[in-house]
Design a protein around this ligand. Sequence first.
Ligand SMILES: Nc1ncnc2c1ncn2[C@@H]1O[C@H](COP(=O)(O)OP(=O)(O)OP(=O)(O)O)[C@@H](O)[C@H]1O
Length: 607
Amino acid sequence: MNTDDDGAMLTTGAGDRPSSAATEEASLPVADGRQSWQYLERVLRLQRTALVVTTLLLSAGSATALLIPLVLGRIVDAVLAESGLGRIAMYAGAVVGAGVVSSLLLRWGGQLLVSCLQRALAYLREEVFATAVRIDQNTVEDAGTSDVVSRVTGDVEAITGAASGVLPRSVQAGFTIVLTVLGLAALDPYLALAALIAVPVQLCATVIFLRRSRPLYRRLRREEADRGQAIIESVRGADTVVAGRSQGTQLERIAIRSLSAVETQREVTRARNRFNAGLNFAEFLGLAAVLAVGFWRANEAGLSVGAVTAAALFFHRLFGPIGALLSSIDDLQRAAAGLGRLVGVLLAHPFRAPRRQIADGAVRARSLTYRYRSGASDALTGIDLDLAEGTTTVLVGVSGSGKSTLAQLVAGVLPPTAGQVLIGGVPANEAGQAGRRAVLLVSQDTHLFAGTLAENLRLADPDAPDTALREALDAVGACWTRELADDLDTALGHDLDDARIQQLALARVLLADPRVVVLDEATAHGGVDGTLDTAVHAAVRERTAIIVAHRFAQAEAADHIIVLERGRILEQGSHIDLVHRPGGAYALLYAAAHRGDRDCDARAGGR
Ligand SMILES: Nc1ncnc2c1ncn2[C@@H]1O[C@H](COP(=O)(O)OP(=O)(O)OP(=O)(O)O)[C@@H](O)[C@H]1O
């Protein structure tokens, strides 16, 4: 095969690019207690009426439940006074009635509470996802991809679990505790004071537990995120790991991180066990005090045995909810930590701002400069661009010269460190047209989304009819899709090769129909024979296009070529201008690439 001009490669070697995740300490913000509470208040206020009804139901349910110990006390008094069976039966009926009514009210209130919390959570989840996709790529990478992943998975899971379990249980327990203490005080203030002896022990146990467990939980979340990061890195770099025979080292890394998470989890369990022992001791102490004071009050103040029994039952009733509330503290803390991390995503100042309508498809940059957070120097410095609507510009330069960085700045996925880039007069991160993004970036990283062929395409335009999908597929030369068993409804598997996945990405460009398209080595998977050329021609037709090319054929066909070196524009012009510029960088690169081909052909012919 003769790899003539089409095969000449424009970029050489891989640059020594630092892995940003490894080099940066930066992470996404975490909201403090006040910020989380403010957010929660704002979200819950949206459902004020439902919350008022919930409060009324829970209060009524808890108050009705208080009748049970009171009436049981009356039964004791009635037995001691040898009252008739009819009276006792009436009391027994009242106990059953109070039990049924209170459980119905509490159940109803509980269900309403869960739906309020779930709605608030759904709102939070939507806001977090919407913000997470607008945070600039480098912030996400700098924080470690697993940080974002663990927030939208682990933290959401922790809060979802809490919203349907521990949170409503704790609120119900809170109502029961408050009303029972009031009931106890109404029965006899001395008995209520006796019960209070349990409080310092409970407080002590709780404070010790919180002091101990808070840093442990924070450590645990961090260690779980580290473990996730190690696994993600190993899976992503599986080929390199296998090629370098470093499976053992990678497994050891994951094992070390897993072990530290397990060890922390064990410390948490030990702290919890000690806490439970403290609560049991408090219960024993309180009940003993109530019985002793009850005995004294019965002798001294003529309190009936039934009233003391009711007080002991009140106290006993108190301990179920107190225990539930206190032992839920770690789940609540976990949920609070998760909430802080989720609300933190909302504080991350998403770079991609709401869209503003562009005037046209011209691209203009002035003094555009970008420095990566971990970079010692600027990746791009003082770039000026004036690209007319509908033209195709190719970026050329050796590896590390700044082509991808410039592509990402024009696409509005990186925020300029200085200067600005405008699409039709609007900053690139805000550029919109008819409510959609006006500029799209297709990189060489291929993404196949779970789902059918149609679902993969409709990501670009959810309302596109089947005919539009087929037209887009035909335009990018994806003939293979015609042979799929279920046509557009075929579920796509990961056996699809990168070139085909990239064809789908370019078909999405046609469906999204942006005024400006940025292709960052998007055809690299088409190899040197230009398998993806049809797709690229279709994607750039009638739009402003910026292409980081990997073959000279793409530069030859472009309207304009920009040669970058060390983050600056070295020269620019048409292919004919540049290739004939004596001693010019482009001319030298072009000649070198073609000399390489001839050598290659010569070697092939000699074999
Ligand atoms: N995430 C990053 N963190 C730190 N520095 C980076 C990062 N990405 C790129 N750089 C640095 O910025 C400079 C420009 O890189 P860029 O990727 O834009 O070059 P390029 O010409 O596209 O290279 P290639 O052809 O290899 O993709 C290089 O010095 C590179 O090492």
